[in-house]
Write a protein that binds this ligand. Structure first.
Ligand code: ADP
Ligand code: 5GP
Length: 210
């Protein structure tokens, strides 16, 4: 069995990462696992501890860092966000494609540590739509929306580190695009060495006259 692929999905705040991933999980529950991050930011809207995030105090988060329990972590608009190790390892070994919905600094760290990760960057069709979606979501105060939009212009400069740029215009189309990119990634020759080695062994038996 081919081990699952580690997939990083980044994108501007409000680009629709959470929405796209939720739809992907609904449609293909046996294919994908979403890593739930730890964060020091406050829950918003209907978010629940252990579902959207593990909500931590700053002290608790710093303990996790000390104990080396995180694959990566970053500061984003004044809060810590990090990926717990154990779940990711377990799900990859079980054959799931594991999605990390993380920002760009974390993505760069993942790239150094796990270069065979697939990097996807999600964007809305234009900046006006981004602002509308962020404001329309209704979960952030005006100053937080401003800070996130400022951060978006910085993040736009980092997109070269990613493999694919995906425009989230129509949700349905976007979800299927993400799914097919990941599916195609499984077909890369470099990810199928085990299969080809087995095939070569089997073919050898023909030349040996069996
Ligand atoms: P992110 O996780 O990237 O911050 P969200 O998934 O919270 O973004 O989406 C931001 C807002 O945009 C939400 O209100 C969501 O319902 C809406 N949204 C997401 N994708 C689309 C889309 N394709 N078309 C219209 N609205 C969308
Ligand atoms: P939000 O507050 O909107 O949920 O997330 C803010 C940003 O933090 C988003 O860009 C999101 O992708 C990123 N993020 C969420 N979890 C992690 C994580 O574990 N590590 C890193 N580096 N970024 C994360």
């Amino acid at each position: 069995m081919q081990k699952g692929i580690l997939v990083v999905l980044s994108g501007f705040s409000g680009s629709g990462k959470g929405t796209v991933i939720q739809e992907l999980l609904n449609r293909y529950p046996n294919r994908y696992a979403l890593s739930v991050s730890a964060t020091t930011r406050q829950p918003r809207g209907t978010e629940q501890d252990g579902r959207e995030y593990f909500f931590k105090t700053r002290e608790e988060f710093e303990k996790m860092i000390e104990k080396n329990e995180l694959i990566e972590y970053a500061l984003y608009v004044e809060n810590y966000y990090g990926t717990p190790k154990a779940y990711v390892k377990d799900r990859l070994e079980a054959g799931f494609d594991v999605i990390l919905e993380i920002e760009i600094q974390g993505a760069l760290k993942i790239k150094e540590m796990f270069p065979d990760t697939l990097f996807l960057f999600l964007t809305p069709p234009d900046a006006g739509t981004l602002k509308q979606r962020l404001t329309g979501r209704g979960t952030d105060a005006a100053d937080v929306v401003e800070a996130r939009l400022l951060r978006a212009s910085e993040e736009a400069c980092g997109v070269d580190a990613y493999d694919y740029l995906i425009v989230n215009d129509r949700l349905e189309q976007c979800v299927e695009e993400v799914h097919s990119i990941i599916t195609n990634e499984h077909r890369k020759v470099s990810r199928n060495r085990g299969f080809m080695n087995k095939m070569k062994e089997e073919l050898k038996s023909f030349s040996e006259g069996e």
